[in-house]
Design a protein around this ligand. Sequence first.
Ligand code: AMP
Length: 186
Amino acid sequence: MTSSRIIFLGPPGAGKGTQAQKLAQLLGIPHISTGEILRGVIKENTPLGKKAQGYVDRGELVPDELILDLIKERLNQGDNVKGWILDGFPRNVEQAEFLDNLLDDLQQSAGYVVNLEVPKEQLITRLLQRGRRDDTEETIRRRLEVYQEETAPVLDYYRTRNSLKSVDGNLLPEEVTNSLEKIVAL
Ligand code: AMP
């Protein structure tokens, strides 16, 4: 059986969530979004949720020690045989290194690393329209800074290791999905 293991990268507002969800559905594999998992535990007010809430509201990254166990547990679940799409992880180089080690242990590797590219002005417009709790102007500004400082280096990490594929995310959603389908050879 062929497995599709896909890592989705790109700035906040690039459409990662929408596209990852769509592609996961087409491929019949789980869509694993760390942001969604965190919003879930925050809503349920679990101990992890309580610890994570302030960071998410400020647009900061949740500390690695809160997220690494979570991703390890998730990738060890039984629904991962056919693959998965990771959306929102890794968010810094330490997380990327952790993921490499974890996949080594599981005798797996990421098949595709996709970067959704969208110009910055477009990102701000999209995020302001979305209206999520962490989509206030101040938090959006901070999330874009955090992306530049901590997440953009992850692109170089993969550029030198796997073949990083960039996709123009500034097209109609269906067109973006089409480009992604071509990459994963659906
Ligand atoms: P997202 O839904 O991917 O935009 O994530 C929303 C928020 O969740 C981010 O702004 C971070 O506060 C937090 N978050 C999501 N994924 C991670 C991660 N891999 N590491 C640290 N924080 C994360």
